[in-house]
Each structure stands twice: as structure tokens, then as C-alpha cells.
Design a protein around this ligand. Structure first.
Ligand code: NAD
Length: 290
């Protein structure tokens, strides 16, 4: 069994980006600038955004955090998005989800300039991705693809079962892995909460990408020997530690790992890859602005 070490690979990617940024600086070029908009004080969102901004600094990017109060109106947020679209200093930006309930998420995502949409959530980018055109690929599926590529995991013709059909993970990874190319060319089945007899699919899967958000959902009796496991799930489970919670994935790691040929841990698997690929997208945005 081989661990797909997202922490290590994400550090390699960040190092590669940092070297490229240093060269840009030496040439007197503008360095990539990522902005993040956060509305409210959701604990997980604060952690994610904080980590994104800190990592920008480490690799030589410029970064801007725009933290708006929970009661920010939709109109105000849309005005902020327009300002970011018009600001030539900003190469790419993200609007951290989820947004408070009184704001229409779709309306906000549609207002993002697709050339600065480094999350890859705008329909223009999603459509281009589905049609094999140059686009911004959402960071989490992009990170999964990169992890599979760098570990040379054979996906050609392999039966890949994706659990979860979200717009940010399940749906895009099912498209990407069915396309032509490295870490792709797979035969993909997309499953979800209405799938009947899920176990019949997972037991026959060569590769399982689990993105549903239910701790320890995938058990040993649901997988076959030699399976490749990509655990996207991140759930905070309350405990008596100082933090008040621990992080766990969708896969019962202790049970499933002995049967797997490759497996991502949680934490330290897909999570760190997501941040690395967001930075990669921001670098691409900077290059494409030229
Ligand atoms: P979501 O929370 O929007 O939706 C969950 C999906 O799981 C739905 O499509 C639903 O149909 C499916 N589902 C629910 N119960 C099911 C069942 N019993 N059988 C089969 N399918 C079922 O999905 P999401 O936003 O992709 O998040 C999923 C998990 O991934 C969460 O834990 C989230 O925190 C995590 N996540 C991690 C990263 C990362 O960087 N590693 C990024 C995004 C999301």
C-alpha cells in the first residue's frame, strides 16, 4: 500500500511556483496577486482563507483579504466583485463559500470575471473544462488529477467510481477523469445520494473518489483488493481536545488502507493539494493577463 502524500506533493508544487515567481521578480515583472473575499465568520472558512493568504506570502505572491461582515448585503458584495474585476492589480480572486443565506451564491459566482475566476466555478470555465478547452479547473479536482499524475497511478480504462455529485468536486472530477490524457481515460460512474446499491459499484471499482462528507462512510467490505482510494471528505468531529474537534475523511482508513494499493490520508491528502492548485491557477491567471 502506498500513501498518496498530498502534503509532500503540494509542497513540491508550491516550491516550483515560488521558483517561478522569484524569476518573475528578477525580470522586474508583476508577481501574481490573489484576493480572497470572506463574508462572515464561519470557523472553517476563516481557517481556509487564512491558510490561503499565508501560503501566498510564503511563495512570493501578493495577497489581499477582504473580510466583510455577516450582514453584508448582496448588492454590496456584488459591488465588491465588480471592483475586483476592474482592478488591474488583482490577477485572480475567490469568493469563499458558503455565503450567508440572504445572498444568492449563483448570482455572485456569475458576476466574477471568468479570466480572474481562479476557483473555476464560473459556467464559462466549467463549460470550457468540459469541452477540453483552456480554462481554470476547480482546485480540488485539479489537485486530485495532479496527485494521480505525480504518483503515476494508472487510470487508463480503470473503473472509477465517484461518490458525490457536487459542482466543486464530484461532477468536475467525473468529467476530468473521463477525458483523454494522463490520470484520465478512465471509465467513470458518478454516484450520489439516490444511487441504489452503492456497494455493488464500489466493490467493482478500481479507483474510488469519495466526496460526500460522511465520516468513515467507506468500509473495507465495500472495496476490492488493490483499489485506489481518493478521500476528499473533510469533516470536523467534535472532541475534548483543545481545538474542540478533529478532522476526518469519508473513508475508514484503518479498515480500508490494508486492502488499497494507494490511498490518500485525511488530513494530508487532497486538502493541501487544493491550496497548491489554487495558487497554480493564480500563476496561470497572471500569465494569461499578459
Ligand atoms: P456536498 O456536501 O455539496 O454534497 C455531498 C454529495 O454527497 C451530494 O452530491 C450527495 O448526493 C452525495 N451523498 C450524500 N450522501 C450519500 C450517500 N449516502 N451515498 C452516496 N452519495 C451521497 O459535496 P462537496 O462540497 O463535494 O463536499 C463533500 C466533502 O468533501 C465534504 O466533507 C467537504 O468538506 C469535502 N471537501 C473537501 C475539499 C478538499 O479540499 N479536500 C474540497 C471541497 C470539499
Amino acid at each position: 500500500m502506498e500513501i498518496l502524500d498530498g502534503k509532500k506533493i503540494s509542497n513540491d508544487i508550491k516550491q516550483e511556483i515560488a521558483e517561478e515567481v522569484a524569476k518573475m521578480k528578477d525580470r522586474g515583472e508583476k508577481v501574481p496577486h490573489l484576493a480572497a473575499v470572506l463574508v462572515g465568520n464561519d470557523g472553517a472558512s476563516l481557517t481556509y482563507v487564512g491558510s490561503k493568504v499565508r501560503t501566498c506570502k510564503k511563495i512570493g505572491f501578493e495577497s489581499t483579504l477582504i473580510h466583510l461582515p455577516e450582514d453584508t448585503s448582496e448588492e454590496k458584495l456584488l459591488a465588491q466583485v465588480e471592483a475586483l474585476n476592474a482592478n488591474p492589480e488583482i490577477d485572480g480572486y475567490i469568493v469563499q463559500l458558503p455565503l450567508p443565506k440572504h445572498i444568492n451564491e449563483q448570482k455572485v459566482l456569475l458576476a466574477v470575471d471568468p479570466s480572474k475566476d481562479v476557483d473555476g466555478f464560473h459556467p464559462e470555465n466549467f463549460g470550457k473544462m468540459a469541452l477540453d478547452m483552456v480554462s481554470f479547473i476547480p482546485a480540488t479536482p485539479y489537485g486530485i488529477m495532479e496527485l494521480l499524475r505525480r504518483y503515476d497511478v494508472d487510470t487508463t480504462g480503470k473503473h472509477t467510481v465517484v461518490i458525490g455529485r457536487s459542482h466543486i468536486v464530484g461532477r468536475p472530477i467525473s468529467i476530468l477523469m473521463s477525458q483523454k490524457g494522463k490520470a484520465a481515460d478512465a471509465t467513470v460512474t458518478l454516484t450520489h445520494s439516490r444511487t441504489q446499491n452503492l456497494k455493488e459499484f464500489t466493490k467493482n471499482a478500481d479507483i474510488i473518489v469519495s466526496a460526500l462528507g460522511v465520516p468513515d462512510f467507506l468500509k473495507a467490505d465495500m472495496v476490492k483488493e488493490g483499489v485506489v482510494i481518493i478521500d476528499v471528505g473533510i469533516t470536523r468531529v467534535p472532541d475534548s481536545s483543545e481545538k474542540g474537534y478533529y478532522i476526518t475523511g469519508d473513508v475508514d482508513f484503518d479498515e480500508v488502507a490494508p486492502k488499497a494499493s494507494h490511498i490518500t490520508p485525511v488530513p494530508g491528502g487532497v486538502g493541501p493539494m487544493t491550496i497548491a492548485m489554487l495558487l497554480k491557477n493564480t500563476l496561470l491567471a497572471r500569465k494569461r493577463q499578459n
